[in-house]
Write a protein that binds this ligand. Structure first.
Ligand code: SAH
Length: 265
């Protein structure tokens, strides 16, 4: 039971790959169509939408929020509440579930990682989302960040470039009941034109510059949170605000380390 995470992670390539593919197959069995929710199911008057609830490992989740997130200075109650509800252990590969409520990133397969819970909360708080607002995420990964956002607003759009990860996340949303999240497999550098403009955009992979299409797809007064910098270096988490007249202002928030944004060939 006490194998260190480091050791487990160093074995990741070999140990994780097969259970991960198993998970993939199981989940893919459920993918017939992407989860969709008709507009009539989102009640605009009261803004109620389906948000699944999980009792399993609730204590650990609450503790993670107290000790790892609140204690780290996150104060926004909407963000804290969202983090209390999403079952992170169901977003990581089986062999790593034990570590799901520790405040650290974990590998999710295909060389990618699920971010540290504190960073997920930090970015969520920085987006300052209101129920009913439209948010675009670039880098679905495990789907965890998108699920956290879907606790705050039913209008979450998320794009993943690695097909395998995108399909697993889509199946996971369906399986767990995150019905409102809209998924796409493709290059998020180009944004999601059909659903633009967005009130907020979050990148969970580091880009060397602010993707111009994403600026275009952001509403005036919209906020974009992204890690900026070259792969392998310590990047800067930045907040980009589009002003009413279409200009942008950027503000440095925090040094971070994210996987790089990749591009379609
Ligand atoms: N938000 C994720 C963490 C993702 S790690 C979570 O909660 O688990 C970053 C993800 O961005 C990886 O899955 C990677 O494949 C994806 N990615 C990298 N470049 C991308 C691009 N151009 N468009 C969409 N996704 C991209």
């Amino acid at each position: 039971m006490h194998m260190s995470l480091k050791k487990l992670c160093s074995l990741t390539g070999m140990v994780l790959l097969s259970p991960f593919l198993q998970l993939d197959k199981d989940l893919l069995a459920h993918v017939s169509s992407p989860p969709t929710l008709s507009l009539s199911e989102i009640r605009n008057d009261t803004l109620e939408w389906p948000r699944p609830r999980f009792d399993e490992r609730k204590k650990e989740r609450y503790r993670m929020v107290e000790k790892g997130i609140k204690a780290g200075g996150i104060t926004d109650e909407t963000t804290l509440e969202a983090m209390r509800h999403v079952p992170r252990h169901l977003f990581v590969p089986d062999p790593l579930r034990l570590f799901a409520y520790q405040n650290r990133p974990l590998p999710i397969g295909n060389g990618q990682t699920i971010s540290q819970p504190y960073i997920v909360a930090y970015m969520t708080q920085a987006l300052n989302l209101k129920a009913g607002e439209k948010v675009l995420e670039i880098g679905t990964g495990s789907g965890y960040q998108a699920a956290v956002l879907s606790e705050i607003t039913p209008r979450v759009y998320t794009i993943e470039i690695v097909e395998e990860l995108g399909k697993i996340a889509r199946a996971r949303f369906k399986e767990l009941g995150y019905k409102t999240i809209k998924t796409k497999i493709g290059d998020g550098y180009k944004g999601w034109e059909e659903h633009a403009p967005f009130d907020a955009i979050i990148l969970t992979a580091a880009a060397e510059e602010i993707p111009p299409a994403l600026i275009r797809q952001l509403k005036p007064d919209g906020i974009m949170i992204m890690p900026e910098g070259a792969p392998g270096t310590v990047q800067e988490l930045i907040k980009v605000t589009k002003t009413g007249d279409g200009n942008i202002q950027t503000e440095k928030l925090l040094p971070v380390r994210f996987v790089p944004m990749t591009r379609e060939d």
